[in-house]
Design a protein around this ligand. Structure first.
Ligand code: SF4
Length: 425
């Protein structure tokens, strides 16, 4: 979400005549877009922000914009006191305060002022800045902002606000513009992407949006993330099965494999219900991949409960697990009410157990790809090899002199490891 938001700001700044600068030292405007989903992300953001102070002191005209979840939706009073050298504070996804700030009539020429007013009149598009046009094969496109769920550990609803689906016309216009800029794959984003449209009467749901996007000429592939098990409908699965451009890849976070932990997390499902959805997806598709998220060391998680998570992954056999050590986030239910009582070393141990289990599962799944022919959408060249992805989101490398950027080619997999594969065209 932040990557997409950063490009959105860059495109809005380009409309004002700014260009991308390679170094913060030479930039007139610095936008620091921040994530606070875990304490480590917040610490990193604060570190970067602190390092900008000397730049501002040596060049007071430099504009510093702090954006994203560190600012959140509650305003920036406290941050203003702590970081007085920041000129502009912006909520997640919102370029407007920065553009507004730069539009100070005292410091702008008339023509530029007009340009700014044009930009302020329009809803900001998710489009690419010039430096990325014809460069990006795959683009992220937010369709739902915020989240109205209240998982007990999660700071996102507090920082990104309640769920708001974007108007389908806006999404389609952005998708068309991205395709005209060379994009072949659109990845729809939402904290719960399959909630798309549920909050806005008259809007299509995700399946309807996918059907409209599917008709856009030039779109080769569509993906969507992240799903919540309670909102994966039969209609959505039918749509994914029907539409060849929609990739059979599901991001379906389990978060824990133990019912009491899931209840304390306020996830709204049991392990049994989750597994039924996984089974339904697996029955519906012959080629597919499922990735999941899992938190280890949630408050009170016992060894037996952790083992249930291990067992759940063994049953589910996801293609990928994004594993995180629990980190209490300010203002969340779990931070306020539950003791963070699993020692850090134990969290690290549990993390490693999940990591190595996942490596084993992924190696086994990927080994079945050897000698298979799969269509790969190629994105870029990395160390002399072309890099692309299968419909199931597996990373594939191919050595060839041909220019494969943006092409979908049938390849034969010759080697498969847990994190990538090698193939011949
Ligand atoms: S559904 Fe996702 S974004 Fe929403 S509160 Fe739960 S973990 Fe956070």
């Amino acid at each position: 979400m932040n990557s997409a938001d950063s490009l959105r700001v860059a495109a809005a700044l380009e409309n004002l005549g700014y260009e991308t600068s390679a170094k913060p030292e030479s930039a007139d405007v610095i936008v620091l877009n921040t994530c606070v989903v875990r304490q480590s992300a917040e610490d990193k953001a604060i570190g970067r922000l602190t390092s900008l102070k000397s730049l501002k002191i040596s060049n007071p005209d430099k504009v510093i914009n702090l954006m994203g979840c560190l600012v959140g939706i509650r305003g920036a009073a406290e941050l203003k006191e702590r970081f007085p050298y920041v000129d502009v504070f912006s909520q997640p996804s919102d370029p407007r305060p920065l553009i507004d700030f730069l539009s100070d009539p005292k410091s702008q020429e008339k023509e530029r002022q007009q340009n700014i007013e044009d930009i302020l009149d329009e809803e900001f598009a998710y489009t690419l800045p010039d430096s990325r046009k014809e460069q990006m094969v795959s683009a992220l496109l937010p369709v739902v902002f915020g989240c109205s769920h209240a998982c007990s550990y999660c700071v996102i609803p507090l920082r990104r606000g309640r769920e708001i689906s974007r108007h389908p016309d806006e999404v389609l216009a952005d998708a068309r513009s991205l395709v005209s800029q060379g994009v072949k794959e659109i990845i729809l984003l939402g904290q719960i992407v399959d909630r798309y449209g549920h909050d806005q009467p008259g809007y299509p749901h995700l399946s309807g949006l996918l059907r409209s996007l599917h008709k856009i000429e030039g779109v080769e592939r569509i993906r969507f993330l992240t799903s919540h098990p309670n909102w994966v409908s039969d209609e959505l699965l039918d749509t994914v099965a029907d539409l060849p451009k929609v990739m059979p890849h599901f991001e379906l976070p389990i978060q824990a494999g133990d019912d009491s932990v899931l209840q304390a997390m306020r996830r709204g499902y049991t392990v049994e219900k989750f597994m039924k959805i996984v089974e339904k997806i697996r029955t519906r598709f012959t080629t597919l991949s499922i990735a999941t998220d899992l938190i280890v060391g949630f408050p009170g998680e016992t060894e037996a409960q952790f083992k249930n998570s291990v067992e759940a992954l063994e049953t589910m056999r996801p293609d990928m697990t994004h594993v995180a050590r629990y980190s209490p986030r300010p203002g969340t239910h779990s931070a306020l009410n539950l003791a963070d009582d699993v020692p850090e070393d134990e969290k690290k141990r549990r993390f490693r157990v999940i990591e190595s289990l996942q490596e084993k599962i992924t190696s086994e799944i990927n080994a079945a790809y050897i000698n298979q022919r799969v269509p790969v959408l190629f994105e870029d060249k990395h160390k002399n090899r072309w890099r692309g992805r299968t419909p199931t989101n597996k990373l594939v490398f191919v050595e060839t002199d041909a220019d494969l950027k943006g092409a979908v080619k049938d390849v034969r997999i010759t080697w498969a490891g847990p994190w990538s594969m090698i193939a011949e065209v």
